[in-house]
Design a protein around this ligand. Structure first.
Ligand code: ZN
Length: 169
């Protein structure tokens, strides 16, 4: 099956997604598709941009808990920050250290339109911030320092080069 996930270089990843107004069947289907694609690719989060849809919705899954948040907003963020290595399904194989607030509260709606509010810390807080960044057209590579970004770009180019080289032997 063709990979449904848009990868680095695709302009949709640099685009801002627009707020969801209609909480209809197609939105429910979109969130189901996103959960499926996230799981098939063994991800912990996926934003709509990553499958080419510019709607403000992301899904995430951690410790057997599923989240589908529409029109998410970072309501609160802790002053304390944490550094950890992040990856992204749109930049497969690349990991960089990103510093982010250690705890956040995210508000928004579920795919049925009911209000949601989730206080998250640690890994979940990191995932939420990473996905909301996607909806604003921001990649984790934009959140790291120059050196790490350069290194990641070099690795990425090498990866593409290797993939396009026909296997010998
Ligand atoms: Zn990502």
């Amino acid at each position: 099956m063709a990979n449904e996930i848009r990868t680095f270089g695709d302009p949709v990843l640099k685009s801002r997604a627009t707020p969801v107004k209609d909480f209809d069947e197609s939105l429910k289907r979109l969130s189901e598709d996103m959960f499926r694609i996230m799981r098939e690719n063994e991800g912990v989060g996926l934003a709509a941009n990553q499958i080419g849809r510019l709607k403000r919705i992301f899904v995430a899954s951690l410790d057997d808990e599923d989240y589908a948040i529409v029109n998410p907003k970072l309501e609160e963020r802790s002053e304390a920050t944490e550094k950890d290595v992040e990856g992204c399904l749109s930049v497969p194989g690349i990991g960089v250290e990103v510093e982010r607030p250690a705890a956040v509260t995210v508000t928004g709606q579920d795919p049925e339109g009911n209000p949601v509010r989730v206080a998250a810390e640690g890994r979940l807080a990191r995932i939420f911030q990473h996905e909301i960044d996607h909806l604003d057209g921001v990649l984790f590579l934009d959140r790291t320092d120059r050196g790490s970004r350069k290194r990641a770009m070099r690795e990425w180019r090498e990866r593409l080069l290797n993939e396009s080289t026909p296997a010998s032997a």
